[in-house]
Design a protein around this ligand. Structure first.
Ligand SMILES: NC(=O)c1ccc[n+]([C@@H]2O[C@H](COP(=O)([O-])OP(=O)(O)OC[C@H]3O[C@@H](n4cnc5c(N)ncnc54)[C@H](OP(=O)(O)O)[C@@H]3O)[C@@H](O)[C@H]2O)c1
Length: 264
């Protein structure tokens, strides 16, 4: 790695779902890859699957992105390697009333979605600005547009990612670096089954998108430097609702959807 003509992309949560599909798209376009995920076997399998289709250079890093200062550890491991694309994708959901959900899991989510994402950008972004080019894709969600009873921390953390991405995208105008927030609706990946250990609570089937299509939509938006990318006409409509309804009303609607879909 480090060839000046070939760009390098870092993808978190690359072992499955949207992260894996995004890594495939990058490999197809000739990027060298730094793939990060928590499970070594899954990450090695993902690397092998990408290499079967596209001959590129891949570094894998097995990291738990929910622990303090992990972004600094990753940055140090990169050892002056220039990163041209950052895809902050790793994430998970947590279902239940806030007062009852497991705090350890909740704080891991906040670290992963908020602190690690922010710190990784903080460390890598100055180099991008100095070189006058770079692309950042942050995985937000349709959940970012309104409060989410029964998934309160998840919705709030995704709102942070959207707001933070929009703000720094504005700051970066004219630098050659762009920031995109991808805001998918429900997408068929392992994510839905990790939201809760209770299978009855993982019943969302309506408006479910395919991971390949969502990844391609986000990838194109990132390459174009779009600030917000919402895949699907119905999702665009849903993201617009909080602008015409009161916040109280939208919060009640989300509560109804969560109650119905999760069958609680
Ligand atoms: N699927 C949806 O409906 C949907 C909708 C909107 C937004 N999103 C967002 O899209 C992103 C990707 O999700 P996905 O649907 O592709 O889910 P996924 O298939 O579960 O992929 C997420 C990946 O992140 C990894 N990961 C989780 N915690 C980690 C940690 N602490 N350190 C390192 N890696 C970790 C997971 O590893 P393990 O599986 O081994 O834990 C998994 O490989 C997430 O940010 C999610 O919030 C998803």
């Amino acid at each position: 790695m480090g060839n000046n003509n070939i760009k390098t992309a870092l993808v978190t949560g690359a072992a499955s779902g949207l992260g894996f599909e995004l890594a495939l798209l990058l490999a197809k376009d000739g990027y060298h890859l730094v793939l990060i995920d928590i499970d070594s076997a899954k990450l090695e399998a993902a690397k092998a699957n990408i290499l079967k289709e596209y001959p590129t250079q891949i570094i894998v890093m097995v990291k738990d992105l929910s622990v303090i200062n992990i972004a600094q550890e990753i940055y140090d491991d990169l050892n002056t390697l220039n990163i041209d694309v950052i895809i902050n994708n790793a994430g998970f959901g947590l279902f239940g009333t806030f007062y009852e959900t497991d705090w350890e899991r909740g704080s891991q989510m906040l670290h992963l979605h908020i602190l690690t994402t922010t710190h990784l950008i903080k460390l890598i972004l100055p180099g991008m600005v100095e070189r006058g080019s770079g692309k950042i894709l942050n995985l937000s969600s349709l959940a970012a547009f309104q409060p989410g009873p029964l998934m309160a921390l998840y919705y709030a953390s995704k709102a942070y990612i959207l707001s933070f991405s929009e703000a720094i995208s504005n700051e970066l105008k004219g630098t050659g670096v762009t920031v995109t927030a991808l805001c998918p609706g429900p997408t068929k990946t392992a994510f839905q089954s990790t939201v809760s250990e209770d299978a009855a609570e993982n019943k969302i089937a309506f408006n479910m998108a395919c991971a390949k299509e969502v990844a391609l939509y986000g990838y194109k938006a990132m390459q174009k430097g779009k600030v917000i990318a919402i895949p699907g006409v119905f999702n665009k409509f849903l993201s617009f609702l909080p602008r015409v309804l009161t916040r109280n009303r939208t919060t009640k609607i989300v509560r109804k959807i969560q109650d119905k879909n999760r069958d609680c």
